[in-house]
Design a protein around this ligand. Structure first.
Ligand code: DAH
Length: 340
């Protein structure tokens, strides 16, 4: 009787397992057969009614059946896991022969490239890069720079005024004043940034452009320091063979003042179409900080002296890349920008 029951449970279980589709179903079958209230467990409970001398034999039969069923459960479990994994792998197949999607790579703007080079050169000489406000008081943009109230640059046609006292800075020179007012000497700083002027747009003008201001203040600074520093800068930007020359000029905040030219990096100074036959190209304004400017900013001109310079960033970028129209720098035409 028991033997028949065992055979029946075994074959029924195999039958159910052959139809199972998931690990959960297999688990259900395990519980139904081997669980606390499972079929096989019930049979073990019925052992009481078996004659004592038959019990070892019946017990052995039950154990054998149990072992067979466990084996069947394990093998079904393995089969289903494998099948599920195969299905998943098939669904996740990657076609490695498919052409890759093209990655668009960004480019640095020529102004950015030029600025990074300028910054690297000055940082290498111990300069700090500082920032200043674009919306500025008249005092910082003009007055403290020794630019008198009746100076033509203050004309409304050149300067964007916000009100009588506030304006969009027309030059980065005001950052010199902020830096001197902080009262930390020695000063070795450059201040790159946007400046604004009421100019019409053309190949060489824009109402918004960039300058890099420079200022050095310490004891015993002379024009020789200015020349050495700016000659080093010129070599860094235009190459080791670059020569510089200084022409007298006038800026209200420096005395003496000069403009610096570099030898033409196309012809080496012989004169070509790039330098318009001059052999020299003007690149910046500079000078020794006017004693009155030092004094207004709280620095004693009897003790300290300094030099300053102002570089037009666009001018450097245009020269470096031989771009002949400033508008190209602002139009953001991807075909242009891609070249840098
Ligand atoms: N601020 C001047 C300009 O916008 C440029 C300049 C010239 C700056 C001489 C300086 C300097 O610091 O010393 O034209």
């Amino acid at each position: 009787m028991i033997q028949e029951d065992l055979e029946r449970i075994k074959s029924e279980t195999r039958e159910r397992l052959s139809k199972a589709l998931s690990p959960d179903e297999i688990n259900e079958i395990r519980v139904a057969v081997l669980g606390k209230k499972g079929q096989l467990t019930q049979i073990l409970k019925g052992m009481k009614s078996v004659a004592p001398e038959d019990r070892p034999k019946v017990g052995q039969m039950v154990n054998e059946t149990r072992a067979k069923i466990e084996e069947a459960l394990a093998s079904s479990q393995a089969q289903i896991s494998k099948k599920l994994q195969d299905e998943r792998l098939a669904a996740e197949t990657i076609d490695v022969t498919l052409p890759a999607r093209k990655m668009e790579r960004g480019h640095l703007h020529p102004n950015t490239v030029a600025l990074k080079e300028i910054e690297d050169i000055f940082i290498g000489m111990g300069y700090e890069v500082v920032d200043g406000p674009e919306i500025e008081k008249d005092y910082y943009n003009f007055e403290a720079l020794n630019i008198p109230a009746d100076h033509p640059a203050k004309d409304e046609q050149d300067t964007f005024y916000i009100n009588g006292d506030m304006l969009l800075r027309t030059q980065t020179s005001g950052v010199q004043i902020h830096e001197m007012e902080r009262g930390r000497i020695p000063i070795r700083m450059i201040a790159p940034g946007r400046v604004y002027r009421a100019d019409e747009v053309d190949a060489t003008h824009s109402p918004v452009f960039h300058q890099v201001e420079g200022l050095t203040v310490d004891k015993g600074i002379t024009f020789a320091d200015l020349k050495g520093t700016l000659a080093e800068f010129a070599k860094g930007i235009f190459g080791e063979d670059t020569r510089v020359r200084f022409r007298p000029h006038h800026f209200p905040f420096t005395e003496p003042s000069a403009e610096m030219d570099v030898s033409c990096f196309k012809c080496g100074g012989k004169g070509c179409s790039f330098c318009k036959g001059e052999g020299w190209i003007e690149i910046l304004g500079c000078g020794m900080v006017h004693p009155h400017v030092l004094e207004m900013s709280g620095i004693d001109p009897e003790v300290y002296s300094g030099f300053a310079f102002g570089i037009g960033l666009e001018r450097i970028a245009l020269l470096k890349y031989e771009i002949d129209d400033m508008r190209l720098l602002y139009e953001n035409d991807i075909r242009f920008l891609k070249q840098f």
